[in-house]
Design a protein. Structure first.
Length: 393
């Protein structure tokens, strides 16, 4: 059934204040998410933080189960974190502490990798002497599967690939990457930060060893939330960073052991109100239907791309299949200037520069792009307004 856009907007208080087309940055929380967070904060203020956690333990644990349903994983293989970056670091450095990176070797990365993930690779190169190899892209910008297959023949340590980039709207063929990685017996880290909430996700079908994401983007959860999936055959080999009494068991004065599976990445202290908010956001999206959300987002995004091209702007997404991130430039205007002019008109977009990707953007001769990212609650009229404001420049 078609989405009830009016209902979605009625659930989203921010729609009355702004035209929000920065959902790839941080989306507008729906009312049920906002209320869930506030309700738990009030409970903490009323009865105490420890007591509030005990009273709401089913909702807190339920948030992990909700993320498991979202990505097709057992809740024991899912951990809630503070961000996508924190999730990725837990898994990557978990391999490092386990000695997996000590021998050096090659790590394969795609051209649209997110900056914080690549920075960890650079740090690991300094610490362990690993080599970083960038897999080629096809003409449309997607990861070149033939080049990846050749590079996998020599058995690298790891392949890390991005489902959807933060700075362009193409969708990488990550299930094909997973099949190649499985055939080569190489662990595959999937960056699902921008795809969770706007595209269907099934970590089993994709075949990744690790997947990471955030709550604040297309899932419409609170800031300061993230999630981590680790396949059990890999989590049992990883050593968690910063062990505490929640991630490990203190067996004696001289001995300890990590908890089972992904629970070894748990931490004692967290914003439980935010975790409840994340679980509520995931349940909200699942109730609507990820497929329905995805089709709505793609429809609005294609409308925007067509109108931008017609008015003389340059769209820089590429890809055979595209999603809800629309990257563009307007001739004669810097990306930040466009963002600021649109903000004056009450329209939220963002300027993304090469500090977020030092490979793909400079490789295409781009210093920065404007990124607009619709969600299902946006309207065709809001897309048209954005283009009208750009034309007025």
């Amino acid at each position: 059934m078609p989405l009830d856009i009016e209902s979605l907007r009625a659930d989203t208080p921010g729609c009355e204040k702004v035209v929000h087309l920065n959902n790839a940055g941080a989306s507008l929380m729906p009312e049920p998410v906002l209320e869930a967070v506030i309700e738990h904060l009030r409970l903490e203020a009323t009865i105490g933080g420890y007591e509030a956690k005990s009273a709401a333990i089913d909702r807190i644990e339920g948030a992990r189960a909700s993320v498991g349903r979202l990505v097709g994983a057992d809740p024991l293989d899912v951990m809630l974190t503070e961000s996508d970056t924190a999730s990725w670091a837990k898994a990557f450095w978990g391999l490092g502490l386990a000695g997996y990176l000590d021998k050096g070797g090659r790590v394969l990365v795609d051209r649209i990798a997110y900056g914080s993930h690549y920075l960890s690779l650079l740090q690991a190169r300094e610490r362990f002497g690993i080599e970083i190899e960038v897999v080629a892209s096809t003409e449309d910008g997607s990861i070149d599967l033939e080049d990846l297959a050749r590079r996998l023949e020599d058995r690298p340590l790891l392949i890390t690939a991005t489902h959807v980039a933060t700075h362009r709207g193409l969708i990488n063929p990550v299930a094909a990457v997973g099949r190649l990685a499985a055939a080569a017996k190489v662990p595959f880290f999937l960056d699902a930060c921008q795809s969770a909430g706007q595209l269907p996700l099934d970590v089993g079908e994709i075949g990744c060893a690790v997947a990471t994401g955030t709550g604040r983007k297309f899932l419409r959860g609170p800031r300061g939330t993230g999630w981590l999936f680790v396949a059990p055959e890999w989590s049992e080999q990883m050593v968690p960073i910063g062990v505490d009494a929640t991630s490990g068991d203190w067996l004696s004065a001289e001995e300890w052991e990590p908890r089972e599976r992904a629970t070894r990445f748990e931490v004692f202290e967290s914003s439980f109100a935010s975790r409840i908010g994340l679980g509520t956001a995931v349940d909200y999206a699942l109730a609507i239907g990820i497929e329905e959300i995805s089709e709505r987002i793609k429809s609005l995004s294609e409308r925007l791309r067509e109108q931008l091209t017609a008015m003389g702007a340059s769209v820089h997404d590429g890809g055979v299949e595209r999603c809800g991130i629309v990257s563009f430039t307007v001739p004669g205007f810097e990306a930040r200037t466009v963002m600021e002019r649109l903000a004056q008109a009450g329209i939220n977009v963002v300027a993304s520069d090469a500090t977020f990707n030092r490979i793909d953007l400079p490789g295409r001769g781009l210093e920065a792009i404007v990124r607009a990212s619709p969600h299902a609650f946006n309207t065709e009229a809001e897309i048209d307004l954005l283009v009208d404001e750009l034309a007025a420049l």
